[in-house]
Design a protein around this ligand. Structure first.
Ligand code: PGA
Length: 249
């Protein structure tokens, strides 16, 4: 069976106190079995978060990293620095990074390569904008995102890749893709990977859905055959909601 993952992308939310309080509360709860829990706090709180969950089955992830290991890149944080504080998972290609910080396919390819060279697990986000869906171009957009930034990887590299399908129109809007829309795209992503590589590999890659996942809709979305979990923004900020989502398989 494929790995199931529920990851909380906190974006620019939760300060240090709020981060440690959340993790203290989380650690007191019973975790669902067979689901990997991931939390991605802000950079300033990564070290404390990683220390806090050391003895627990929670992975702390970064929301981004620079494509170089070090150097004159004011304001940036490298994968090597992240590894040095115990972080080995990174989210790359989030639509907010693509839209607000100009992250292109080329840049993301560099980031993917650097992350893999540093032995990171990568949660790689893809997803179309509303206009793409209206123009029925959503499959092409997602295929291009996969192709441009991931299809140079070897079969072995893919052991470090989790794909997150996040339709941009569903992020933070309260509007979710229907379970059928999610399944249709997840199946498309899996078959696109199969066509490029092989069936065995495509069956191993976890594909998460993201975009207004909440405790009320998670079970239905996670019941879809090709949905292996969620990348959750707003609803991951409260321990109870996050755990309810993680318990929705
Ligand atoms: P949302 O965000 O759950 O608040 O829609 C998801 C994401 O951006 O990863």
């Amino acid at each position: 069976m494929r790995k199931r993952i529920v990851a909380g992308n906190w974006k620019m939310n939760n300060n240090l106190d709020e981060t440690t309080a959340f993790l203290d509360e989380l650690k007191n709860q019973t975790f669902p079995e067979n689901v990997s829990l991931v939390i991605a706090p802000a950079f300033t709180n990564l070290y404390a978060a990683a220390q806090s969950v050391k003895a627990h089955a929670v992975t702390i992830a970064a929301q981004n990293m620079h494509q170089n290991d070090q150097g004159a890149f004011t304001g940036e944080v490298s994968g090597k620095m992240l590894k040095n504080i115990g972080i080995t998972t990174v989210i790359l290609g989030h639509s907010e990074r693509r839209a607000y910080f100009g992250e292109t396919h080329e840049l993301l390819t560099e980031k993917v390569n650097t992350a893999l060279a540093n032995d990171f697990q990568i949660i790689f986000c893809v997803g179309e904008e509303l206009k793409d869906r209206k123009e029925e171009n959503h499959f092409n957009v997602v295929k291009k995102q996969l192709k441009e930034s991931l299809f140079h990887l070897t079969n072995a590299d893919w052991a470090s890749i989790v794909v997150a399908y996040e339709p941009v129109w569903a992020i933070g809007t309260g509007e979710t893709a229907t379970p059928q829309q999610a399944q249709e795209m997840h199946q498309f992503i899996r078959s696109t990977i199969e066509n490029q590589y092989d069936a065995a590999l495509s069956q191993q890659v976890p594909i998460l859905y993201g975009g207004s996942v909440n405790p009320g809709n998670a079970a239905e979305i996670f019941s879809m055959a090709d949905v292996d979990g969620g990348l959750v923004g707003g609803a991951s900020l409260k321990v109870n909601d996050f755990l309810k989502i993680a318990n929705s398989f």
